[in-house]
Design a protein around this ligand. Structure first.
Ligand code: PCA
Length: 304
């Protein structure tokens, strides 16, 4: 029988839980399709860099890809919903937000000839630093690593100096001192051996950004019906498994940060209050920027 081969570029290291889940998804697709569809996963931004992956799928250079949704915010503002600080701060809230986001995101993707398959949240986002942080003023002037438009905006609001660095280059940036503060998960901190350069992790649980796995519609239509079903079924399984992997990652990564000598702390009430103010500003900005689509998402989410 004819075998189809797909390439799946991802932007995170092979040992990261998202990449492991991608590989399990590819294995499931192979099994469920009786070997008719073989997906090769390319983790660690080895085939395309993070900001290039969406376009690669859109233009048919690859058939399927994984992106951090908030990385698409400049092009399609509604993709940034799960990067707005303090809008959805738990796994439950994150999955509700996804349910509210999905129809809006799907429409935008369809307009560009693509369809979503599944999404998996990163662990909650906290602040890394090299010193005690008691208020957001303590972030002033620090070299702040950003991975998205929203994380750059936070830097502006706290008067830090934003520098955009994708996860694949983060370990290097930390080692060379280009970065002294950032917000990301325990997972990415662990992947980047953050303890070699930074000392504190404030567990602010500010938002849970999601990775989205999506296909090029022309490539998908070329599959026979049974193989299409295999892809959809494997995706549904991957979404559930990914959520559980992410929850486990939250705990194990924080434990590893502590084991490697980092102070893992809750934010002080003043630090938290300052961040929540930043979050309130950013929710306002986001709702203005996204108009009716953003309102549909936020209202839908709040009703759940
Ligand atoms: N890790 C990714 C995105 C969010 C996260 O937890 C990163 O830092 O690039």
């Amino acid at each position: 029988f004819a075998q189809t081969k797909w390439d799946l570029p991802g932007a995170y290291g092979a040992n990261n839980f998202h990449s492991k889940n991608l590989q399990m998804f590819a294995d499931d697709v192979k099994k469920l399709s009786g070997g008719k569809l073989e997906i090769t996963v390319h983790p660690g931004a080895s085939l395309f860099k993070a900001p290039e992956i969406k376009r690669a799928v859109q233009t048919g250079q690859v058939q399927i890809g994984e992106v951090l949704m908030v990385n698409v915010e400049n092009e399609i503002p509604v993709f940034g919903a799960d990067g707005v600080p303090f809008l959805a701060t738990s796994y439950d809230a994150s999955m509700k937000l996804w349910a509210a986001q999905k129809p809006v995101i799907e429409k935008k993707l369809n307009e560009q000839g693509m369809t979503s398959l599944y999404a998996v949240p990163w662990p909650p986002q906290g602040i890394y630093a090299k010193k005690d942080l008691n208020t957001i003023e303590d972030l002033k002037g620090t070299k702040w690593r950003a991975y998205s438009p929203a994380t750059s905006r936070i830097a502006e609001l706290v008067q830090a100096q934003p520098v955009t660095i994708q996860a694949a280059e983060l370990a290097q940036a930390l080692a060379t001192g280009v970065v002294t503060t950032m917000m990301t998960s325990g997972s990415t901190g662990r992947d980047s051996k953050v303890w070699e350069s930074l000392t504190h992790f404030y567990d602010t649980q500010a938002w849970l950004p999601k990775n989205l796995i999506f296909v090029n519609n022309d490539a998908f239509k070329k599959l026979d019906a049974a193989t299409q079903k295999a892809v959809k079924d494997a995706a549904a399984t991957a979404e559930k498994r990914g959520l559980e992997m992410s929850k486990a990652e939250t705990e194990s990564s924080k434990a590893d940060l502590a084991k490697n000598g980092m102070k893992v702390l809750p934010p002080s009430p003043t630090l938290k209050a300052g961040l929540e103010k930043v979050g309130a500003t950013m929710i306002d900005e986001w709702v203005k920027k996204t108009g009716a689509d953003g309102k549909t998402i936020v209202d839908g989410f709040k009703k759940m």
